[in-house]
Ligand binder design. Structure first.
Ligand code: PLP
Length: 386
């Protein structure tokens, strides 16, 4: 079959490819510690699973509205308004199978060929993939390692021009765990409002924060008509396999995104949505316990990496990734990631997976047991001191 021309521009998420390579090694009898994939190793809290079972037994097995069940849209609007301090009504919410479709739908809805989209680099690889696929012009904005991998807000503001159609932010940030300080968010909001540029704020890690309170650009002055917030259940409630996410955006934009969903998937599975409403309205202590445990793992990972020759490591403020600087080891990111997998049995990602500015770094997910993390650190140290 001859593929469309645009398929040549579609990127991917290498984490899934590394997972396949690691599984192939395991099938040959090798032992691999998995630090490549971005998902909590915790179980979904049982009250959420039970809500899904009850929903299924009660007959929630049919199509639902494209924008999502009213009950869940109400729960999301309440949660979002409370946590972000920004206006959120059920009409502003669209529920999707995972949060990823929000990214795709919003870029599809806003970006024409030739339009510029600003996005963080290193960053979640799907941003650049989607921008290119649609024919947009990706404009990468660097992160500042010496400032805890905060986005270079001055550079971002300088790059906003007449062709800028969308700004993508990710806060807290994958792959670095960096956070944009409030003053930075205000500066971005100012420039976005002055130029009428929409902002897609990917806040999927907003509940996984180790210091301070999450601040959303959606609550900044001038952002009400321009902010689209992406969030979901995958990370917060350890529900990656359920496929449940959402966007909160101005109501007319929500109608457009819901129309795209009608075309793409019709709707999100109804019983998972009912479980999502239970998640938001139920006991939040499992989330707090998960974050406390992730903090312990973060500290063990950072301290272990910092003690290795040639390795530097910023202590992340959110999410569950570290992005160590390996420049002084003499390896390129890809070469070290490959050797760690093939020779040491540690699956992790090269920083370049997340864009050109990721060179000289690895991404390790510490959403794995302390025991496995210690074993991975031992193996990495062994390779670097060999
Ligand atoms: C920054 C970022 N945004 C969005 C997503 C997608 O989340 P979901 O699994 O809910 O589609 C991920 C998942 O890894 C992510 O890291």
């Amino acid at each position: 079959m001859r593929l469309s021309e645009r398929m040549a521009r579609l990127g991917t998420e290498t984490a899934f490819e590394v997972l396949v390579r690691a599984k192939a090694l395991e099938a040959q009898g090798r032992n691999v510690v998995h630090l490549e994939i971005g998902e909590p190793d915790f179980d979904t809290p049982s009250y959420i699973t039970e809500a899904a079972v009850t929903a299924l037994k009660g007959g929630a097995t049919h199509y639902g509205p494209s924008a999502g069940l009213q009950e869940l849209r109400e729960a999301i609007a309440e949660d979002s308004a409370r946590r972000r301090g920004a206006k959120a009504t059920p009409e502003m919410v669209v529920v999707t199978p995972g949060a990823k479709p929000i990214l795709f739908f919003v870029i599809l809805a806003l970006v024409d060929p030739g339009d510029e989209v600003l996005y963080p680099n290193p960053g979640f690889p799907i941003y650049e993939s989607m921008i290119r696929y649609i024919g947009g012009v990706p404009v990468p904005v660097r992160l500042l390692e010496d400032q805890g991998f905060a986005l270079d807000v001055d550079r971002l503001c300088d790059k906003v021009g007449p062709k800028t159609r969308l700004i993508i932010l990710n806060d807290p940030h994958n792959p670095t765990g960096g956070v944009i300080p409030e003053a930075g968010l205000r500066a971005i909001a100012d420039v976005a409002a002055k130029n009428g540029v929409p902002v897609l704020a990917d806040e999927i890690y907003s509940r996984i924060l180790y210091e301070g309170e999450h601040r959303s650009i959606a609550a900044m002055p001038g952002m009400e008509p321009l902010a689209v917030v992406l969030d979901g259940f995958s990370k917060t409630y350890a529900m990656t396999g359920w496929r449940l996410g959402y966007g909160v955006m101005p109501a007319p934009m929500a109608q457009v995104v819901a129309k795209l969903q009608t075309n793409a998937t019709s709707c999100t599975a109804t019983f998972t949505q009912m479980a999502g409403a239970a998640a938001l309205r139920g006991d939040q202590s499992p989330v707090d316990r998960m974050v406390a445990e992730l903090r312990r793992r973060r500290d063990a990972t950072v301290d272990g990496l910092r003690a290795m020759p040639g390795v530097g490591c910023v202590r992340p403020r959110g999410a569950f990734y570290v992005f160590p600087n390996i420049t002084r080891t003499g390896y390129s990111a890809r070469a070290l990631a490959d050797r760690l997998l093939e020779e040491a049995g540690v699956a992790c990602l090269a920083g370049t997976t997340f864009g050109e500015f990721g060179e000289g770094h690895l991404r390790l997910s510490y959403a794995n047991s302390l025991e496995n993390i210690e074993e991975a650190l031992r193996r990495i140290r062994g390779m670097l001191t060999r």
